[in-house]
Design a protein around this ligand. Structure first.
Ligand SMILES: NC(=O)c1ccc[n+]([C@@H]2O[C@H](COP(=O)([O-])OP(=O)(O)OC[C@H]3O[C@@H](n4cnc5c(N)ncnc54)[C@H](O)[C@@H]3O)[C@@H](O)[C@H]2O)c1
Length: 263
């Protein structure tokens, strides 16, 4: 997919990666970019910064009726949605001790919201014979987010769901991409680094921390090539290969890194 004259929706569009995607889509010539976020004020600020092509929307991705209303409204206003980016995501910052409410929130934002948006946009895309779903998952969805059990489990689920969609709908004109960055300099990671969280330190020790604009750059390339797995950190492919070939050896390596960082 090339963004010229496209209609795109970005959830979590007020945050680091979502805002960078929104800005980049507009710069690539999109006809409209809907910047949707729980934080309506921040979404307005991002849209205003982009200019008239951008439209802010208040959206809680965990509320299916709101997702459906946003899709209906966008299709009514602009005639179609070419690219839907399910990008909003949350961490919990803990392990098995994290309470059920936080597990539930991670499940709803990181997984169920992707189901809601696919349910809402697929009928129109299938009727028009095409469309692209971009799901922001994470390297945690193909590896592990040390220090965050619910993030790891839900991001694995999000990659699994995206793969299911890709296999099920590709021959009917639908393209699906799973964006799986490792460390990106957004409030989500920066807060963890500032507070010295183990997970954030493991990410920082595992590869470069990219800017959101670098992730947007890699996304544009991945969308152009209609790639399923978009890996802004190419080393993640290597880690995933090692993990698949030798799960015990890969876990031992990760445990060694954790021991080194906590010594
Ligand atoms: N920052 C990283 O290192 C990193 C790495 C890999 C993947 N990711 C993923 O990238 C995506 C974007 O994260 P980010 O780093 O830009 O984080 P961020 O916290 O800067 O932005 C996330 C945005 O999602 C919004 N949001 C949260 N819950 C929502 C809801 N229920 N409805 C609508 N919007 C909601 C927030 O308001 C925020 O604007 C997430 O899915 C995250 O898991 C981030």
């Amino acid at each position: 997919m090339n963004l010229t004259d496209r209609i795109a929706v970005v959830t979590g569009g007020a945050g680091g990666i979502g805002a960078a995607l929104s800005r980049r889509f507009a710069a690539e010539g999109a006809a409209a970019v809907v910047v949707a976020d729980l934080d309506a004020e921040a979404a307005h600020a991002v849209a205003e910064g982009i200019g008239p092509v951008a439209h802010a929307a208040a959206l809680d991705v965990t509320d299916e009726a709101q997702v459906r209303a946003l899709v209906d409204d966008t299709e009514r206003r602009f005639g179609r949605i070419d690219l839907f980016c399910a990008n909003a995501g949350v961490t919990t910052g803990g392990g098995v001790e994290v309470d059920d409410a936080a597990w539930d929130r991670a499940w709803r934002v990181n997984v169920l919201a992707h189901v809601y948006s696919a349910r809402a946009v697929l009928p129109g895309m299938l009727a028009r014979g095409g469309g692209h779903l971009l799901h922001t998952c994470s390297a945690a969805g193909v590896l592990t987010a040390v220090g965050d059990a619910a993030y790891t489990a839900t991001k694995h689920a999000s990659v699994g769901f995206a793969e299911w969609l890709a296999i099920t709908y590709r021959d009917r004109g639908i393209r699906v991409s799973a964006l799986c960055p490792q460390g990106v300099d957004t409030p989500m990671l920066a807060d963890g680094i500032a507070e010295g969280h183990l997970g954030a330190r493991v990410i920082a020790a595992s590869g470069a921390v990219l800017t959101p604009d670098q992730v947007a750059e890699a996304t544009i390339a991945g969308l152009a090539e209609e790639r399923f797995l978009i890996l802004p950190h190419p080393e993640v492919a290597d880690y995933a290969r090692r993990r698949a070939e030798d799960p015990d050896g890969w876990q031992a390596g990760l445990r060694k890194l954790v021991r080194r960082l906590t010594a």
